[in-house]
Design a protein around this ligand. Structure first.
Ligand code: PLP
Length: 402
């Protein structure tokens, strides 16, 4: 027997659940790309994308995934032979560093201990050691999706300013934008990148590079910028196709229009609060189960945890077994671990991740947790029963008298 028939639920940290109205908006014949509704729609999309990031700066749209945005951000700011400093808190920081190295950029990595947030003092020491201020950009990942560590971004700007260092502050918000609070201008971020398939609730395929005047000035100083990645023409197009340097991603743009409407109808503060409350409910369940068993959140301090993705340790082989049970018996797909292998657990079978980003509400999270609790029981994995009740209580308290 299997109990999995019914609407499947992809609870992995991207791609995230696509709202039905977004899917419906994409289900249409090919539109005219030269005039009419589609070209008319794009300036408004950019305005609304900027509202999600709380910026009055620019947003360039690309056809590409997150890896492409790592490339795009660097192509406009740092030349081969120049230097960047990467503050890595997991796999994705190293991924961005790898892209920089492949571009011929000298890449210094401050690797943080697994499950620890960015240490501003290490940034300060690195900036002080940078004689001649050769570092052109500091690269940070807001939420590293492999570890689910979320770092304080505003403090990085503070350190750069206190040290009088001119390096750009560039942030990967692919896993956090539209989930966790992010204020590009207030926090002094010069370049921010994101993708369509996580908090923005649109299928993979669109990427976004946001930038301010400081970053643009650095772009102007480069002797060469590749035509495709160049953000200048994308934000000041003379003709419509300059926005995308070619054919527009027609259907994705229609999906994005609806997704942005959903986000702004709810309101940014409300979107952040929803993700925070649902994350707290999830943590309450995990903490309850773990009081009599091996499951626990990998990031110990709740203030350093993402509200969009959670990495859990449960010990091999339980992580993989639980994922398999949830998918085959209940129609819920949990996230695989990334970069978690240990010598006694070479395949990372003791870890898994929950994605809780974008189009998620209370009943989905309670259903997810109820499924996991059933799986813990079915697989005889030690745990304290009652995690779902603990999560329900968080949700009840958060919504009392509202
Ligand atoms: C998903 C993700 C990426 C990579 O995005 P792709 O679309 O898979 O290339 C990069 N950084 C972070 C923080 C992510 O969550």
């Amino acid at each position: 027997m299997t109990l999995s028939q019914g609407r499947p639920y992809l609870a992995i940290p991207g791609p995230s659940v696509i709202p039905d109205p977004v899917l419906q908006a994409m289900h249409r014949p090919a539109p005219n790309i030269y005039e009419g509704a589609l070209p008319d729609m794009v300036p408004g999309l950019i305005t609304d994308l900027c509202r999600v990031a709380q910026t009055n700066g620019h947003a360039a749209i690309y056809i590409g995934n997150g890896h492409a945005m790592w490339e795009a951000a660097l192509a406009n700011t740092v030349a081969a032979g120049e230097k960047v400093l990467v503050l890595a808190t997991g796999r994705f920081g190293h991924g961005w560093a790898d892209v920089a190295e492949a571009r011929g950029i000298t890449t210094d990595i401050l690797d943080h201990e697994t499950f620890h947030t960015i240490d501003p003092d290490r940034l300060r020491a690195a900036l002080r050691a940078d004689a001649g201020q050769k570092i052109r950009a500091v690269l940070a990942v807001h939420t590293d999706t492999s570890t689910s560590v979320r770092s304080d971004i505003a403090v990085l700007r503070q350190v750069l300013n206190e040290e009088g260092h001119p390096a750009l502050l560039m942030v990967d918000c692919i896993a956090s934008l539209g989930c966790d609070e992010f204020r590009m201008d207030d926090w002094g971020v010069d370049v921010m990148i994101t993708g369509s398939q996580k908090g923005l609730m649109v299928p993979p395929g669109l990427g976004f590079v946001y930038f301010n005047a400081t970053a643009r000035a650095q772009r102007t100083g480069l002797s060469q910028v590749s035509r495709y990645w160049d953000w200048d023409r994308r934000v000041e197009p003379e003709i419509f196709y300059h926005y995308f340097n070619g054919t527009a991603p027609t259907h994705h743009l229609h999906g994005l229009r609806v997704a942005l409407d959903m986000i702004h109808d709810e309101g940014m503060e409300a979107v952040w609060a929803r993700h925070a409350t649902l994350a707290q409910a999830l943590w309450a369940a995990v903490s309850h189960w773990g009081s009599a068993g091996p499951m626990h959140m990998c990031v110990a301090d709740p203030s350093l945890r993402s509200h969009a993705v959670s990495t859990l340790k449960i010990g091999a082989p339980h992580g993989t077994a639980l994922r398999r049970w949830c998918e085959t018996q209940a129609g819920v797909t949990l996230g695989i671990p990334l970069g978690m292998s240990e010598t006694d657990d070479p395949n990372g079978d003791g870890f898994f991740r929950f994605g809780h980003m974008g189009h998620v509400n209370a009943h989905m999270i309670l259903g997810l947790l109820g499924t996991v609790e059933a799986g813990l029981g079915a697989l005889d994995i030690p745990h304290a029963p009652g995690g779902v009740a603990a999560a329900s209580q968080v949700i009840a308290e958060a919504t009392r008298n509202t």
